[in-house]
Design a binder for this molecule. Structure first.
Ligand SMILES: Nc1ncnc2c1ncn2[C@@H]1O[C@H](COP(=O)(O)OP(=O)(O)OP(=O)(O)O)[C@@H](O)[C@H]1O
Ligand SMILES: [Mg+2]
Length: 611
């Protein structure tokens, strides 16, 4: 079996970039061409001013000089000035084309990268153990997959490319500037670290404020989301006004945060503009002096000023990018937490699918099983029982006594540590089976059934997309939900949930039972799955089920004694321990907990009948 890779920051970024590296490289090359051409235009203007309008000799590389001489030199250009204008126009067009190429390829690369990140995260999360999902908050996982993924995309696609562009721009500008006048260049160069430092310092300072704004936006949307999903509770308890005020308070606080952040930003831009203005002024004054003294030509001065103003913006950007990079570092760490979380893995020498299928047609044995979700807080202790194949086994117990926990262990949603007992089916330890094979053979109707916001037939036939409607209906009939579904206007094509009809608790439970029945598993678990249906429907479903279960092993968990009566053996749990176990008749004769609950429920039923 392939071992799960553990990523470092850089190897994870490289992994995400697969398939889009060539686009990034192309975009960087285009960006280089674009910057180079942009940088050459002031040189053309400089030569034009000094050597075409003025009379200084051309100061260009020999091959360019040869070309100029070839067409007739400065005198020819002086009488055909439009040629220079055309040259600048062509260069500007090339700059635009290269700019287009940069953006085009960069956006392909960026979107492909984003797609890779989303795909990778989703696929990984799907394979993470159930315990991991229980431990991590859904909101936080979503935040990591959206905001953090977006920040990493911006970092790799936009910031890294702009850093390359800024560095090329700075190098070329400084090269051209130094080639014209080293004293003036020194002044310009000295201001660069000051501007970068100031910008980075400021962005670091406001980074915290941005994070606070992000967090508070999260709180605000959580309040809104809770109110939307919990609208029934809000209405039922008349909490509209309270919730409105709570939202308003957070909204005011959030707005205040942005206002003070914007104030800070205004100060930043103001001071930044002032520093850049000072630098430009210094160059202007010094340049003018040099010009008057004749150590700098007019063309050089114009080119110099152009380079200087071209330099200022990227330099200021660089400061921002540097501070943004630290934020991206945090996001990469947050994504790495998911990507490096260990996947649910089967043993290397796990038994084959056929062997599992065969074993699942054997007895289920819990052998001295103890388990707790948190270390040192046991939930079930020393549980031992055997369910012979093909029989119905009932579990009764107060809430929180560990019934669902035992089922979580049975289909390995939680792994049982080896020293805490053993669960075998057909003589094979379930830890030796592949989790997927095991779960395919254990049909579970969970205590809180979840239906997807899809059609009813899609929900019931979830295990097989090609399941026929007859098969789906057969299962629905056994679960006593077919009549209800056919009454809907769109029948089995009715969409459930947010986009469609809202099913009642009992309808949902019965749909979930139908879904499980289509699985045709040799072991079926009903975890309190009939709690939301009335006693009569409960009896009807049980009757229909007993006719169709065949030789499946059935585990019934219920608080209702009547539901459990058909079981050949019932286990009574209390605070994670077995207190009684036996056939319904044996348990009645024991005169213990079971008998007490039995008497209580019988009494209630008689009282109901009397009414
Ligand atoms: N994912 C979990 N993490 C931590 N503790 C849990 C988790 N699930 C359940 N528990 C705790 O384990 C104990 C047993 O829970 P379990 O769901 O097994 O009870 P139950 O017998 O099925 O109860 P009910 O009849 O109410 O469904 C409870 O105290 C519960 O708080
Ligand atoms: Mg339960």
């Amino acid at each position: 079996m392939k071992k799960q890779a553990t990523y470092t920051k850089s190897s994870m970024v490289a992994h995400f970039m697969r398939g889009c590296t060539r686009f990034f490289i192309f975009s960087i090359v285009m960006s280089f061409i674009n910057t180079l051409l942009e940088m050459l235009i002031p040189q053309v203007i400089r030569q034009f001013v000094d050597s075409v309008i003025g009379s200084a000799p051309f100061n260009v590389p020999p091959f360019v000089l040869n070309m100029i001489e070839g067409i007739g030199g400065a005198p020819y250009l002086r009488s055909h000035m439009h040629l220079v204008a055309i040259l600048i126009g062509v260069m500007a067009l090339l700059v635009a084309l290269a700019f287009y190429g940069t953006n085009q390829t960069n956006s392909i690369a960026a979107e492909k990268l984003h797609q890779n990140i989303r795909e990778e995260l989703f696929a990984h999360i799907q394979k993470l153990p159930f315990a991991w999902h229980m431990k991590n908050k859904t909101g936080d996982i979503i935040q990591r997959c959206t905001s953090d993924a977006e920040r990493v995309r911006i970092f790799i696609a936009e910031q890294m490319v702009s850093v390359v562009r800024i560095i090329i721009m700075m190098t070329l500008s400084l090269y051209f500037m130094f080639s014209m006048d080293w004293r003036l260049s020194l002044v310009a160069a000295c201001s660069i670290p000051i501007i970068i430092g100031y910008s980075a310092f400021f962005h670091n300072r406001i980074g915290g404020s941005f994070e606070k704004c992000d967090q508070n936006e999260g709180i605000l949307s959580t309040i809104a989301q809770e109110n939307l999903t919990g609208v029934r509770v809000v209405r039922a308890f008349g909490r509209e006004e309270f919730e409105r005020k709570r939202f308003e308070k957070q909204n005011v606080y959030y707005t205040g945060l942005w206002v003070s952040l914007m104030n800070l930003m205004a100060v930043f831009w103001g001071i930044g503009d002032f520093i850049s203005g000072l630098q430009i002024m210094l160059i202007l004054v010094l340049g003018s002096v040099f010009c008057v003294r004749g150590t700098l030509s007019a063309g050089e001065f114009i080119a110099f000023l152009t380079y200087n103003s071209m330099l200022i913006w990227p330099v200021r950007q660089l400061g921002r990018v540097i501070s943004e990079m630290s934020k991206a570092g945090v996001s990469i760490d947050r994504i790495m937490y998911i990507i490096n979380s260990p996947l649910e893995e089967d043993k290397e020498d796990a038994v084959s699918r056929e062997e599992t299928d065969k074993a699942l047609r054997g007895d289920i044995v819990f052998d001295h099983v103890s388990f707790g979700y948190e270390p040192d807080i046991p939930v079930v202790q020393d549980i031992s029982f055997t369910i012979p194949h093909g029989t119905t086994f009932g579990i009764l117990g107060s809430t929180g006594s560990g019934k669902s926990t035992l089922m979580h262990l049975l289909n390995r949603l939680y792994e049982l540590p080896p020293e805490q007992g053993k669960i075998t089916i057909g003589g094979v330890d379930i830890a030796e089976m592949k989790a997927q094979d095991l779960r395919r053979d254990i049909g579970m109707v969970l205590q809180e059934p979840f239906l997807f916001s899809r059609t009813i037939s899609e929900n019931i036939g979830i295990t097989d997309r090609n399941m026929s409607l007859e098969e789906i209906r057969r299962a629905a009939k056994i679960a006593c939900v077919d009549d209800t579904i056919t009454e809907f206007k769109e029948g089995y094509d009715t969409v459930v949930g947010e986009r469609g009809v809202t099913l009642s608790g009992g309808q949902k439970q019965r749909t979930a039972i139908a879904r499980m029945l289509t699985q045709k598993a040799p072991v079926m678990v009903f975890d309190d799955s009939l709690s939301a249906v009335d006693a009569e429907t409960d009896a009807k479903i049980r009757h229909a089920l007993s006719q169709s279960l065949g030789d499946s092993t059935v585990i019934l968990i219920s608080h209702r004694i009547t539901t459990l009566m058909q079981a050949s053996c019932i286990m009574v749990l209390d605070k994670g321990r077995i207190v009684e176990m036996g056939s319904p008749e044996e348990l009645l004769a024991l005169n213990g907990v079971y008998k007490k609950i039995y008497d209580m429920q019988q009494g209630l039923e008689e009282a109901e009948e009397a009414v």
